[in-house]
Design a protein around this ligand. Structure first.
Ligand SMILES: NC(=O)c1ccc[n+]([C@@H]2O[C@H](COP(=O)([O-])OP(=O)(O)OC[C@H]3O[C@@H](n4cnc5c(N)ncnc54)[C@H](OP(=O)(O)O)[C@@H]3O)[C@@H](O)[C@H]2O)c1
Length: 245
């Protein structure tokens, strides 16, 4: 089996590449550092030669609606169309819990992921969308993203972070099984309130930023699974944070 990891040198992609290589899969990395650009169309046909499965773990630093939609929609359409021409049999896309059908969020980045899922579904390649909650290691980044003038302004929304290796294991499993599943979700074993989680995480690392609870601008369960999902088993590393249940 030959797998193209679009974004294969990124945080998720590099770990998936290691896992698949340990399972004797031929892995090709397709990202900017590999000379492949799905926006410009550079090197895309070449990198897809002989590929059976695409794992799409591309990412952008654009969090505004226009930038995120352009990136996620454009790269996914380009990959799907080139994949169809190359005879790819399975397109696996990493998405986020909370951007599925019926879920609504006005956050620009999330709208980009909604557009990405739609672009995948409009193509003809058999697909699996893997929606993950936030990675446990990403929680400090969330604190930075919510920091305004030195204070962390965050709602009491629910959050259920997953350990990255457990997501990577699921992506690897789905690629190796070579049987498109449609849509699957994964989350960690514990549900927290986001303000509690950030407060406890910052305190544990000696970060003195104050965390201020602000009013939520949407449903408080928008970021946690609402239906069936794969539950990881790795507990959040900071243990003294109250859970939400
Ligand atoms: N962080 C979370 O908690 C979380 C939760 C759920 C889902 N996700 C999803 O996980 C996915 C992967 O995230 P990540 O943190 O692994 O991303 P990352 O480390 O930023 O990696 C992104 C990859 O995309 C490549 N790339 C960017 N623009 C490209 C272009 N125009 N053409 C070709 N390659 C391009 C980069 O290539 P170079 O390395 O060569 O620059 C890089 O390898 C994202 O889609 C994100 O939405 C994240």
């Amino acid at each position: 089996m030959k797998v193209l990891i679009a974004g294969g040198r990124g945080r998720v992609g590099s770990k998936v590449a290691d896992l698949l290589e340990q399972n004797d899969v031929e892995v090709v990395s397709g990202g900017l550092d590999d000379g492949v650009d799905y926006i410009q169309g550079t090197g895309v046909a070449e990198v897809l030669e002989g590929v059976d499965t695409i794992i799409n773990v591309l990412n952008t630093g654009r969090f505004d609606k226009e930038g995120a939609v352009d990136f996620f929609e454009g790269t996914t359409r380009a990959l799907s169309a080139a994949g169809e021409r190359a005879g790819v049999k399975h397109h696996i896309l990493l998405s986020i819990v909370g951007v599925g059908e019926g879920d609504a969020s006005e956050i620009g980045y999330y709208l980009g992921k909604v557009a990405q899922e739609r672009a995948l579904k409009e193509g003809t390649l058999p697909y699996t969308i893997v929606r993950s909650t936030q990675f446990q290691s990403y929680v400090p980044v969330l604190a930075d993203q919510h920091t305004v003038e030195g204070k962390v302004m965050v709602p009491r929304d629910l959050i259920q972070p997953v350990e990255l290796d457990e997501l990577v294991a699921l992506l690897g499993e789905i690629a190796l099984a070579a049987a498109p599943l449609g849509e699957v979700e994964i989350a960690g074993p514990e549900r927290f309130h986001m303000d509690d989680l950030l407060r406890g995480t910052l305190a544990a690392s000696g970060d003195t930023r104050e965390v201020i609870t602000v009013e939520s601008d949407g449903p408080i369960d928008a970021m946690v699974p609402r239906g069936e999902y794969r539950m990881g088993s790795v507990l959040y590393p900071v243990r003294e944070i109250p859970t939400a249940d």
